[in-house]
Every structure is written in structure tokens, then in C-alpha cells.
Design a protein around this ligand. Sequence first.
Ligand code: HEM
Length: 232
Amino acid sequence: MHKPKTNSLHSVSLSLAAIALMSACASTQAIDSPEQHQPPTIQGYTIGTHAVAKAPITLAELEELKGSLLMTDEDIKYLRMSHDVLEPHVDELVGVWYGFVGSTPHLLKYFSNEAGEPDMEYLGRVRARFVVWVLDTAKANYDQDWLDYQFEIGRRHHRVGKNKTDDANAVDHIHFRHLSALTIPVTTTLKPFLERGDHTAEEVDKMHAAWVKSVLMQTILWSYPYVGEDDF
Ligand code: HEM
């Protein structure tokens, strides 16, 4: 097993490490939607007790987006290869990402109230869903449930849905510019974890490249409430 290499993002202060110990649970808050039809789980994981609205694009349109991103079946293969590498370390991985957000004031503010005080309970609850997201991203099972839930994640970053799942009292909207930007720290800090499996350097590079495409693709899907339906 390889030790992760240290880089500037990976070595950021884990000032919010205590959050790792918080056992978060899914909220019972409901988000009203005219098109509710989904059960409260996705790929076996509980994501809350509310239903998720149907995606505004089709699976065929998702395939087109994958084409624009040069995401191929080989990328899907390498995403799935990453699953078993990451699963044993997923809490630690999410802790590194939380360390980055926690040590970056202009990002931490989105988990904080208007007075600038971080909401530790909110951070802990979201963290549990982040763990689920890592494993779902690695499963790369792009079915209708997955597609529907992508648009739910987008709403949860936007003022139409932020804070509602956890009944949080944080600032109510995340500016979109930071969503796609975080593709880079998220996937850069991921790479040392991909090196922990028994895979060659070439396979690690391919897993990493597939993750970059997947995270970028997801932030594009999450842009829907920001862009508006006519322009999306
Ligand atoms: C590549 C970029 C990003 C990724 C992969 C990501 C991932 C996630 C995931 C998986 C969730 C939980 C979704 C769920 O409820 O199931 C979430 C929620 C959240 N994220 Fe992000 N995120 C990104 C960008 C950002 C940025 C830039 C911020 C700003 C600090 C942010 C702040 C939040 C907050 C506050 C929530 C909770 C939203 C709520 O109230 O439900 N995220 N994110």
C-alpha cells in the first residue's frame, strides 16, 4: 500500500477535523416539488425522506454531455476501479476536503450564518452526504435516479434549496463560480488516495482523469438553477 504524497492542498490545516467525529443523519425536511416521484434512497443509500424531482434533461442528453466532455466507457471503467481504492479511506478523504473548505474563509462562509459563525451541525450533516457522493461518483451508475439527484444537488447549492435539507441557518446561496472551480482542489487532493490501491501509475492517472471529467460534469449539471431552463 502506498503512502499518499503530500501536496499543498493535502496538507492544509484540518481545522475542522472534529467534524469527522460528528455522526450525521439524513434530515426529515421535505422539499416541495410538483414532480415528486423518487423513493428516499439512491443506489441503496438514504439521502433524506423527501422525494426528488425528475431531471429536466433526458438520459440521452446526458450521453451528449458525456460526449462533449470526452467521457468514454474507459473513463467509466476507471471511475469504477477507483471505488474499492477509495472506499476504505472515504472518511479521511472527505476530511481533507473539509480541511480545505474550513481553512478557506471565502468558502467556509457558505457553511456559516450571517454573523460569520460556522454551523458545526450543518457541516456534519452535509459531510455524511458527501461520503455517499464519493462512492456514487465512483460507481458511475448513470441511471435516472442518479440524473434526478444531480439536479437536487444543484438546488441544494442554490437559494432554491440550500439549507432546507438540514433546516440550517447559514447563508442561503453559494455563488456558482466556486462550484466548477472546486473541481480542481477536489480532484487534486483525491490523487494521493487513488495511489493507495494496488494499481499502476498509469491506472492511477486514468482514474484521476476520469474523476476530473466526472466532477466537472456534475458541477455542470448542478448549474441548472443558476443558468435557467432556457439557457441550460
Ligand atoms: C466540485 C465542487 C463541489 C462538490 C463536488 C460538492 C459536493 C457536495 C455534495 C456531494 C453535497 C451534498 C449533496 C447532498 O445533499 O446529497 C454538497 C452540499 C453542499 N456544498 Fe458542495 N460541492 C462543491 C462545491 C461547493 C462549494 C464551492 C461550496 C461553498 C463552500 C459548497 C458548499 C456546500 C454546502 C453549504 C452544501 C450543503 C447544501 C445544503 O444546504 O443542502 N459546495 N456539496
